[in-house]
Design a protein around this ligand. Structure first.
Ligand code: FE2
Length: 326
């Protein structure tokens, strides 16, 4: 792995949050609670406790049994634990000059209760990486039910501490993150972008980050409006899944960062996912893509859900270096 030297910072930098009123926050919380009630009402308490909320969850025990019987389970587990740092240098015609060389580190789909101890590897990597801002696009937990202080919140706090950067740490929610986690995140050293935006300034140049609530299970007009109403010459969308790619491209975003798909997690030998788990944008399930001039990146994420294995797929921490195209 490369150890990267930090760039000299001889500019004046600042981060400006576009404030949300308490009323708006309360409205979001109530709305999210309602949507979760509708979503979870399809399942019994026993199903929720056992984490059986999709058809795949019923097949999983047989899949895991098959892997163990064929001695492939340990290999899959080892694959899942072997996350990598992936680097991308991306060129944009309209990137403001002062942001040429700007580095964003992206983590998503940590699912910390799926792979106990994965936080050690993540923290080790974050410790040696240099970056200007860190962004997390949701799914901090896997099980949406039960106690999660020790196996999710404590390791998550360690990770957020390690991800501190000059311009801060910005986080959005995923479909596995119920509204309960909101108050815990609010106490951590991060800023939640819940259908909100923030401006990062370098001298007179500005880039805008817009983070939305999860569109996979909890899509609302507020998330779409947050994208549509965001102003700025260079805008980056932080969304849990690729499912808002059309709205973001239409709203003039230059860059869309997401995860959720795990890049299939268990793939065919050519790396093609068997399961996509998106209602829109299957062709955007893994890696770099482009839609109507907007660059997008769907990360395989750091963690796993369902079976704690990966085949023909690697978890990752991604670092983007933004470059101005002449
Ligand atoms: Fe997800």
């Amino acid at each position: 792995m490369n150890i990267v030297q930090e760039n000299e910072t001889n500019y004046s930098a600042s981060v400006v949050s576009i404030e949300e009123t308490e009323d708006q926050q309360q409205r979001w919380l109530e709305n999210r609670r309602k949507l979760e009630n509708i979503h979870f009402s399809k399942f019994s308490e026993k199903q929720l406790r056992q984490g059986k909320t999709s058809r795949i969850d019923y097949i999983l025990p047989y899949f895991i049994f098959g892997l163990k019987a064929s001695f492939m389970y340990q290999q899959g587990l080892q694959n899942a634990r072997s996350i990598v740092i992936r680097e991308h240098e991306l060129y944009f015609e309209d990137l403001p000059k002062a942001f040429d060389g700007y580095q964003i580190v992206h983590l998503t789909d940590l699912h910390l209760d799926s792979l106990p101890g994965i936080e050690d590897t993540i923290c080790e990597y974050l410790d040696i990486l240099r970056f200007d801002v860190a962004v997390f696009t949701g799914d901090y937990r896997w099980h949406a039910y039960g106690e999660y202080q020790d196996n999710v919140l404590n390791p998550l706090y360690r990770i957020f501490r390690m991800a501190q950067a000059t311009d801060g740490v910005f986080v959005t929610l995923g479909n596995h993150d119920t509204h309960h986690i909101f108050r815990h995140l609010a106490e951590m050293p991060v800023q939640i972008l819940n259908n909100q935006r923030v401006q990062i300034k370098r001298n007179r140049d500005i880039i805008t980050l817009v983070g939305t609530d999860d569109p996979h299970n909890y899509l609302t007009n507020d998330a779409v409006h947050a994208l549509q109403q965001a102003e700025g010459e260079f805008k980056i969308a932080l969304v849990h899944s690729p499912e808002l790619y059309q709205e973001a491209a239409q709203a003039g975003f230059q860059f869309y960062i997401c995860g959720h798909t795990h890049a299939g997690q268990v793939c065919l030998p050519n790396g093609s996912p068997i399961i996509y788990n998106v209602s829109q944008g299957k062709h955007l399930a893994n890696g770099l893509w482009n839609h109507n001039g907007m660059t997008g990146y769907t990360s395989p994420g750091c963690g796993v859900s369902g079976a704690p294995v990966r085949f023909f797929s690697r978890g990752e921490i991604t670092r983007f270096t933004l470059r101005r195209k002449n």
